[in-house]
Design a protein around this ligand. Structure first.
Ligand code: NAP
Length: 312
């Protein structure tokens, strides 16, 4: 099978298409014929070697969507040919086939395309965990989705709107702001404009770029407000007094820390939303598997309009 791999850490140019044997499912594993694969910013951090050790050569990709080709000896509840996406890959998803943990393979509703399904796991599970698990958002609260036009942001806008929150999102382009308003934001702001948060106040802030925004976020929180840090690319200086005067909380999170039982619950909630149309992953750009380097450049470029997806 064909798989995108890197043999050394580095820039996007280290990604290459290799011909390698297809993996075989062992106990507790499912082999998926990949139809589409989500491209996430974390894939680029891993490729650059700044996200911990990985065995080389390494195939990136955490978000496969496709069809069940084979199952391990003890696997039940998953049928051959079933349309699925996976939340626990054992081998990288930038490939024609990949192995996944059977307990984290989820059925795909008929209304969701494979390209959309490649944008469910990391973006939607992260947004759900941030809004519900970490911030404990309540209907009627005001949320700022700070960076709303990308994979996680659009998911957060749709989820927050469905949960009955008042949703404000930010994007850098007019097209991005129009998109997030279609996808659930009551109001859209431009995070490149001077003073764009002046006069605004929120109970919850879902933060995609904390090193740039955290100090300002704290000043825009209501009493008992919560900032959930999803994305961060550097250090930042804050005034802790802004948290004291509000009894405010700064909450970190990573999807890798979510316990398996909670993952099951999150994906059950996501299935319900995908089934009733509340949740609709938005595919911004599609790339062919050999163009994985271009796809990884695109996921780090500004002006987001939804998910970057590899079509296999
Ligand atoms: P993405 O699709 O690339 O979207 C990035 C978003 O950030 C876009 O909406 C972009 O808006 C926005 N942005 C850019 N500059 C900003 C600024 N100064 N202030 C606020 N927003 C800004 O990425 P993603 O998949 O949504 O992921 C977002 C971040 O969360 C990434 O850093 C990613 O690594 C991280 N993440 C973390 C977890 C976790 O478990 N903690 C899980 C998933 C993702 P414009 O393009 O319109 O400027």
């Amino acid at each position: 099978m064909q798989a995108v791999r890197f043999h050394q850490f580095g820039g996007p140019e280290v990604l290459q298409l290799d011909d390698i044997p297809a993996p075989e499912p062992g106990p507790g594993e499912v082999l998926i014929t990949v139809k589409a694969s989500g491209v996430n910013p974390v894939d680029t951090y891993i490729r650059a070697g700044i996200y911990g050790e990985r065995p080389l050569p390494f195939t990136p990709g955490l978000d496969p969507a496709g069809v069940v080709e084979a199952v391990g000896p003890d696997v039940t509840g998953v049928s051959l040919g079933q349309r699925v996406y996976a939340a626990g890959v054992k081998t990288g998803a930038y490939a024609e086939k990949c192995l996944a943990d059977a307990s984290l393979v989820f059925p795909l509703h008929d209304s969701i395309s494979f390209a959309q399904a490649a944008g469910i796991n990391v973006p939607y599970a992260t947004a759900y965990r941030a809004l519900v698990g970490r911030a404990q958002s309540k209907a009627g609260e005001r949320v700022l989705v700070h960076g709303a036009s990308g994979g996680v942001g659009i998911a957060a806008c749709q989820l927050a709107r469905a949960l009955g929150l008042h949703v404000t999102g930010t994007a850098s382009t007019p097209e991005g702001r129009a998109l997030i308003q279609r996808e659930g934001a009551h109001t859209a702001l431009d995070h490149t404009q001077e003073g764009y948060l002046e006069g605004q106040s929120f109970d919850v802030i879902i933060e995609m770029l904390a090193n740039v925004n955290l100090a300002r976020d704290l000043t825009a929180l209501n009493r008992y407000g919560r900032v959930v840090i999803i994305g961060n690319r550097g250090t930042v200086e804050i005034n802790p007094r802004e948290t004291m005067s509000r009894d405010a909380a700064i909450l970190g999170m990573t999807l890798f820390n979510v316990p398996p039982a909670e993952l099951q619950s999150i994906h059950a909630a996501l299935y319900a939303g995908l089934e009733n149309g509340t949740l609709r992953p938005v595919v911004g750009q599609e790339f062919a598997l050999p163009d994985a380097a271009a796809a990884q450049l695109a996921v780090m470029a500004p002006g987001k309009l939804g998910k970057i997806v590899l079509v296999v």
